[in-house]
Ligand binder design. Structure first.
Ligand code: FAD
Length: 438
């Protein structure tokens, strides 16, 4: 009995994003002997903090300092460049660790579900944001920005991010870590008009006021709203919270003049995508006018074609299915009961609850899953990281440790232009060779 109490509980957390780190932190902050390996398919930690959060919103990325502190602990280890499904199977991990926690996020774009969405020039926000944020999967995306008009579909902050990054000048992005390949394309693009299209109205939009307000303070681009799409002004007195603040920004945009600046950002409400138009590549999008009845979006039957050479749907994400893990097709997450998938297998963060909330929302999620694990699982004397290291060696895999990542980070900081925090690498082999000193 006494021996059992002393036994180490070995946990493999798959995914080094916020959910993975909050779970590891909570698992190791009690009395029990718990050792956590945080495994990520990329050689870089921090998930969407690095690859999703906008490159001109550096202060938000500071949360990664907390995850760094977790990595300073002896009982937590980062194992980068190791992919579940490619390098190692779930069964192998379950043989080695008492618990496997999936924290793999939701990286696949949710389809629009309209004709033409496979045309060249329709690029989901997961891919587009990954491209401008140096995600290795999208470094060669090479979107054609020699287009006059771009349609960004969605009324949340990701749509606002995409529109803003396309609209800002090189000077406005100088203190960001925008990927160089993206900066080269964006800052020499032919874009004159950017449309943010929402199916419903301003009162239903999910923008946050700070992000929306930034659109009305761009150097070269004027934000425009058709005042007739906003509710009558006497409604404003009844509004509260974010909706009230958003309305202040939208009313100000409705007063802007279209020729005030060289480029324009149009926020259009009550427009539902019907079809994407084009032969080999996109030339426009058919939109149906809608009304909102009892909070629901209803088509009016009236439609129009908006010319656009690039369409970026920002309408949400799905998790990637994994072998031997039951998948909820409708919600795009792993099937789970409050995080439990099956004995010893859990999920947390976006792959558990879907792509909602802020970075901070993943903290109670991680704390909750950690408490559940500590209550439900007993250490069984498994091999843990020693077993993983043996497999890594046997297969000739190159893993990236946290110390290795710090070398990559130092090289990125050293390569940064004046005023920029870092020049991100996007090539896995390049990062691995920096990590091993070659
Ligand atoms: C474009 C965008 C901008 C955002 N901006 C903000 C913002 O400004 N503020 C805010 O509060 N929130 C923002 N968010 C939300 C925030 O990023 C998420 O809440 C958070 O990242 C979700 O955490 P997660 O750990 O579940 O997933 P992720 O952060 O996606 O982490 C998942 C990790 O799992 C790894 N992984 C996936 N599959 C495997 C595998 N098979 N093997 C090994 N590893 C794997 C991935 O490489 C990744 O590192 C933004 C989201 C997006 C998409």
């Amino acid at each position: 009995m006494a021996e059992d109490k002393q036994a180490t509980l070995w946990v493999a957390v798959i995914g080094a994003g916020p959910a993975g780190y909050y779970t590891a932190e909570a698992l190791t902050s009690g009395e029990q002997d718990v050792r956590v390996d945080i495994i990520d398919r990329l050689p870089t930690p921090f998930g969407l903090i690095r690859a999703g959060v906008a490159p001109d919103h550096q202060s938000i990325k500071n949360v990664s300092r907390r995850y760094e502190a977790t990595n300073q602990r002896d009982d937590v280890r980062f194992v980068g460049n190791l992919s579940l499904g490619r390098d190692i199977t779930l069964k192998e991990l379950q043989d080695l660790y008492d618990v496997v926690v999936l924290a793999t996020g939701a990286a696949k774009d949710r389809p629009l579900g309209v004709e033409g969405e496979d045309l060249n020039g329709v690029i989901g926000s997961g891919a587009f944001v990954g491209w401008y944020n140096s995600h290795p999967d999208y470094k060669d995306l090479d979107p054609d920005l020699r287009v006059a008009s771009v349609a960004v579909i969605g009324n949340g902050n990701v749509a606002v991010d995409v529109a803003r990054i396309l609209a800002k000048t090189a000077e406005e992005m100088a203190s960001s870590d925008l990927a160089q390949h993206a900066a080269d394309e964006i800052h020499s693009s032919a874009i004159k008009d950017i449309y943010i299209l929402g199916r419903r109205g301003s009162l239903e939009a999910a923008f946050t006021p700070k992000e929306l307000g930034e659109l009305n303070a761009l150097e070269n681009c004027v934000a425009l709203v058709d005042g007739t799409q906003l509710p009558p002004e006497d409604v404003d007195a009844e509004l509260t919270g974010a909706t009230k603040k958003n309305m202040v920004h939208l009313r100000a945009m409705a007063k802007n003049s279209a020729d005030a600046k060289p480029t324009r950002l149009h926020i259009q409400f009550y427009r539902r995508p019907m079809a994407i138009i084009g032969e080999d590549c996109v030339c426009g999008i058919r939109l149906e006018e809608t009304v909102v009845e009892d909070g629901k979006c209803v088509g009016t039957g009236k439609s129009e074609v908006l010319p656009a050479g690039l369409i970026v749907p920002c309408i949400g994400y799905r998790s990637s299915p994994l072998e031997d893990v039951p998948y909820d097709e409708w919600r795009g997450v792993y099937q789970n009961e409050e995080g439990l998938i099956s004995d010893g297998l859990y999920c947390v963060g976006w792959c558990r609850r879907g792509p909602t909330g802020t970075i901070g929302t993943n903290k109670p999620d991680g704390v909750g899953i950690a408490a559940k694990i500590l209550e439900e699982v007993t250490a069984a004397g498994k091999a843990g990281r020693h077993g993983l290291d043996a497999i890594v060696e046997e297969r000739g895999l190159t893993i990236v440790t946290f110390q290795d990542w710090k070398k990559i980070e130092a090289a990125e900081v050293e390569a940064a232009a004046d005023g920029a925090p870092r020049a991100k690498f996007a090539d896995v082999d390049e990062m691995v060779s920096i990590a091993d000193g070659s």
